[in-house]
Each structure stands twice: as structure tokens, then as C-alpha cells.
Ligand binder design. Structure first.
Ligand SMILES: [Zn+2]
Length: 282
């Protein structure tokens, strides 16, 4: 099961939440926030070169990365052009790089999702607080129906964001419950588990809806037990992610080390750090 080539407990880790984004398109205000991460210049280099990013993944002990792109033209500066860009980027190594894309709320048709699917994009990201939309907004329904039909998971941002222009009224994951209920075959990922204020709501959705998954990204690993309690019990539906180079995230490798230091069972570590993510993309 384990492999000595992989330095994190022998596990070929899947980082299910990395921001390899069009930072060149970012608004000046968002640029200022992302540049607060001291390691950001590294990522800026990797955006220009998938080969350099793959080498970085080798050094960090990461086997596969999900590249979380989304559309939030007004707040972040990038729109639908990110989809073709990320689809093209992952061609450098489609086994190790997974394209995640997005749609603007007013363009969330079934056809828009079919286009993403045709491009090779494997999951849809909805950034509630950057797109100023509630997860259960009716305008998103056609997109969810298409994702359910095509087997594409939907990743919701949950919890607050400190990027300027964020509307943290949309940070509460509670409305995701209705989406889970309406689309029982749709796999729904609650990115960041509602941290810091809505973690209990996220857990309640997980316990009620078997099609909901938790993504641990952007939570400082040592705080995970405070946020989510018994991670062993949650392991069957929990995914690993770093959110690097988001504000305050030290790096992909350092975050994995801090997570392993929590001392979960080998079985839970393996499920969270790899197997659950691989199974979600079937
Ligand atoms: Zn993120």
C-alpha cells in the first residue's frame, strides 16, 4: 500500500486544493492579499511552467494536484478564460494535474458545464463569497444538474475569505444541504469545512447527506481537531488540500507534515491523503 518513493508516510499524496491561477489577471487589491504569502513568488513561476510545478510537487512529496480555478471577474479579475487555460496547463501531465474550472453565475447553463467537460475539466468550483452567490441560488441549478449527469463533483468554497470584495454573508454552508438533497448523485465537496465560524454546520451536512465530502484545505493542520473533532470518524469522507498559496498557508509539503503529526491511524491518513480523492474522480 505504501511506497518508499513518497516521503509522507509512503503515501502518494493528492493535494485536492491548490491555486494555480491566472494571477496576472488578478485585481490589484486581490494581488496585494495573495502577495502577503511569502512563498507566492514560487507559485508565480509555476503558473508559467507546468514542468516547474511538477518538479515542485516531486520535492514536496505530492503525487497529484487539483488546480482550483473559478470565475469571479468582478472580485478577483478572472473569468471564463481560466477554463481553457487550466485545461491546457494539465496537458503537461494529465495523471498528476487535475483541472478544476468554473462558470459565472449568470452563465451557469447545462451547456456551459458540457463545455467544461469537453475541455477535460473534472470538477466545478463555486466560490460563494467571491461570486456573491448562495449555494442554493436557482441560477446555479442547471449547472448542478449537468454536473450530476456527467459525474463531475462540485466544490463549494465555505467559510469566510479575506480577499477584498468578498461577501462573507455567503460564507455559511447551510444552504448546501438543499443542493445535496436535490441532487443525490452529485458529489459535493465543502472546501475548508466552513472554517472558522461554520464548521459545525459543515459537519451537520456531512452527517445528514452521504453525497457530501469535507475538504480540509486552508485550515492550519494543528487546529483541525478543534475545528472538526474526531478526524478518524470523518476519514471516510474527508479530502486533503493545502489551499497553497492562499494567505497564511506555508506550503504543500509542510502542511502534509503538520497533518501527519496529528498522529491519526495509517488507515485514516491513507484515506484522507489519497484514496478518497482518487475515488471521487472514479
Ligand atoms: Zn481555495
Amino acid at each position: 500500500m505504501t511506497d518508499a518513493r513518497w516521503r509522507h508516510a509512503g503515501i502518494p499524496v493528492v493535494d485536492g486544493h491548490v491555486h494555480v491561477n491566472r494571477f496576472d489577471l488578478m485585481t490589484p487589491a486581490a494581488q496585494t492579499t495573495i502577495r502577503s504569502n511569502a512563498t507566492f513568488p514560487l507559485m508565480e513561476r509555476f503558473v508559467a511552467s507546468p514542468e516547474a510545478f511538477l518538479e515542485h510537487m516531486d520535492r514536496e512529496g505530492v503525487a497529484q494536484s487539483w488546480l482550483i480555478n473559478y470565475c469571479a471577474k468582478k472580485v478577483m479579475g478572472y473569468g471564463p478564460e481560466v477554463n481553457e487555460w487550466v485545461a491546457n496547463y494539465v496537458e503537461a501531465d494529465p495523471e498528476r494535474l487535475v483541472a478544476v474550472g468554473g462558470v459565472e453565475v449568470d452563465a451557469a447553463s447545462e451547456e456551459s458545464i458540457e463545455r467544461l467537460h469537453d475541455l477535460g475539466i473534472q470538477a466545478l468550483k463555486v466560490h460563494t463569497v467571491h461570486q456573491h452567490v448562495s449555494p442554493d441560488d436557482q441560477r446555479l441549478e442547471p449547472a448542478f444538474a449537468a454536473c450530476e449527469r456527467l459525474g463531475m463533483p462540485v466544490i463549494f468554497h465555505t467559510g469566510t475569505s479575506r480577499f477584498p470584495g468578498s461577501d462573507n454573508r455567503f460564507a455559511d454552508p447551510a444552504p448546501i444541504a438543499a443542493v445535496c438533497a436535490r441532487h443525490p448523485k452529485l458529489r459535493i465537496i465543502l472546501a475548508h469545512g466552513g472554517r472558522p465560524d461554520h464548521t459545525q454546520t459543515a459537519l451537520a451536512i456531512l452527517s445528514k447527506h452521504p453525497n457530501a465530502w469535507l475538504d480540509l484545505s486552508s485550515c492550519p493542520p494543528r487546529r483541525l481537531p478543534d475545528y472538526f473533532g474526531d478526524l478518524e470518524a470523518l476519514a471516510p469522507r474527508t479530502l486533503w488540500g493545502s489551499d497553497w498559496p492562499g494567505p497564511g498557508v506555508p506550503g504543500m509539503g509542510p502542511n502534509i507534515e503538520a497533518f501527519l503529526a496529528l498522529g491519526l491511524s495509517a488507515k485514516a491518513n491513507r484515506a484522507i491523503l489519497r484514496d478518497n480523492a482518487m475515488a471521487l474522480l472514479r
